[in-house]
Design a binder for this molecule. Structure first.
Ligand code: AMP
Length: 208
């Protein structure tokens, strides 16, 4: 199974990717996560990505495409994967099409005000990466590993506004791109994690 998760920031791609990985024993690849790890490790990639990410811009296509090409070439990708956060531009999508056949693109449709509310209230476990929403989870530590919960650097109002604008201009057009290829399935993401998960598992179950 080769899956792409497409949708605005805050639409639950990361959360659902974790759930799909656990159920279907499939590898998850998040370009945002790779960039954040590179930034934390102060690598060359991290240093060049940071300035774009901090401003809410996309990391340039040449850097991102090269990174994904190298990742998809690794042996653990042979049996399938979930791409969370890639592609985000038409150029990235066209390159991906040339590299592999994607089975399905799940498009997480989300209202703008819900996206803003979720991002402002998002917390991430510093240890295991589990994502929480303070509207529903009031504790300061992760329920899985007791790690401290933190706010992502780019989850502030200025950067959120920019990211949503960038999404509309550069990433939303990919819905048309994949509709034309007949591999797009829309998910209403203005719902609970459980409801969305149920829909996704039903779709993925039908694929097998
Ligand atoms: P995410 O964790 O998916 O929200 O990504 C965090 C940030 O990483 C984004 O706001 C972008 O700056 C950068 N990023 C992640 N994926 C991509 C991509 N496919 N193309 C360009 N920039 C990306």
């Amino acid at each position: 199974m080769k899956l792409v998760l497409l949708g605005p920031p805050g639409s639950g791609k990361g959360t659902q990717s974790e759930l799909i990985q656990a159920k279907y024993k499939i590898l998850g690849i998040s370009t945002g996560e790779i960039f954040r790890e590179a930034i934390a490790g102060k690598t060359k990639l991290g240093l060049s990505a940071k300035s774009y990410i901090d401003k809410g811009n996309l990391v340039p296509d040449d850097i991102t495409i090269q990174l994904v090409k190298e990742r998809l070439n690794k042996p653990d990708c042979k049996n399938g994967f979930i791409l969370d956060g890639f592609p985000r531009t038409i150029e990235q999508a066209e390159t991906l099409q040339k590299l592999i056949n994607i089975d399905l693109v799940l498009y997480f449709r989300l209202d703008l005000d819900t996206a803003i509310n979720r991002l402002i209230n998002r917390r991430v476990c510093v240890k295991c990466g589990t994502i929480y929403n303070t509207n529903f989870y009031k504790k300061q530590n992760c329920e899985k590993c007791n790690g401290k919960l933190s706010v992502r650097d780019d989850d502030n109002m200025d950067t959120i506004t920019k990211r949503l604008l960038v999404y509309n201009n550069q990433t939303y057009p990919l819905t048309e791109f994949y509709k034309k290829l007949n591999i797009l399935k829309e998910i209403d993401s203005n719902r609970t994690v459980e409801e969305i998960k149920k829909d996704i598992f039903k779709i993925l179950g039908g694929l097998k």
